[in-house]
Design a protein. Structure first.
Length: 234
């Protein structure tokens, strides 16, 4: 394996600064990058890089074409991979994973065993933690908290508050023509749905969506949510 950087001493305790020893992507030989605790934190393969004053330490890893910028911190056993970008004052820790084309910025935090992936965005002072997952083209921002085993996906846009998931119910949104949350919950052996003035089984909900929205974008959001829920609320 051809190395693309070397470690040089820094004024930060137990940390080294990275210095490029070959050119790749937008990095040029001699460029100084961010800080690591060892070569295990940053892969020599592909175009991944740590920029500015960003720090990756403990057993955390940055690989593939991922980038960590500004004053971001990646620690614990966190994984940043794919073409993901971490910037500003973000903290990614624990066993969290950020990958694909996901972006995490602002002062957001991703920790626990949470995952942010696909084209998802997490920013502001939002937090994603526990076993939560944010995926698709979802947006989590402001002071939002996504925790537990919550699943935020598709085109959901969470600005603030909490979204929680248990084995008995799922709250997904904002989605659909109401740009609001839709609740799916168990009732004995059936999955029920509460959406605006509608309340009925998931089968009745899907039929109502097709009657009301035909094949428009709102129908896709509602049906994607319903199909996703059926996988988890068995």
């Amino acid at each position: 394996m051809e190395k693309k950087y070397e470690l040089i001493p820094s004024d930060k305790k137990s940390l080294f600064r990275i210095k490029a020893i070959k050119s790749f992507s937008v990095v040029t030989v001699g460029d100084l990058g961010g800080y690591v605790s060892g070569e295990h934190n940053l892969s020599h393969d592909n175009d991944c890089w740590i920029y500015h004053d960003a720090i990756v330490y403990d057993n955390a890893t940055v690989s593939n074409n991922a980038r960590v910028f500004d004053s971001a911190r990646v620690s614990g056993s966190a994984r940043v991979s794919g073409s993901a970008a971490i910037s500003d004052f973000v903290k990614v820790s624990g066993n969290a994973q950020v990958y694909d084309n996901a972006r995490v910025s602002g002062s957001a935090r991703v920790f626990g065993i949470a995952k942010v992936y696909d084209d998802a965005l997490v920013y502001g002072i939002a937090q994603v933690y526990g076993n939560a997952q944010v995926s698709g083209s979802a947006r989590v921002s402001g002071s939002a908290r996504v925790s537990g085993s919550a699943q935020v996906f598709g085109f959901a846009n969470i600005y603030s508050g909490n979204i929680q998931y248990t084995t008995d119910y799922m709250l997904i949104g904002p989605i659909g023509s109401r740009d609001a949350f839709t609740t799916f919950f168990k009732d004995e052996d059936k999955i029920m749905v509460s959406c605006g003035c509608f309340r009925g089984t998931i089968k009745e909900f899907k039929q109502k969506v097709k009657e009301t929205h035909q094949d428009n974008k709102f129908a896709k959001q509602y049906l994607d949510a319903a199909n996703y829920v059926k996988k988890y609320l068995k």
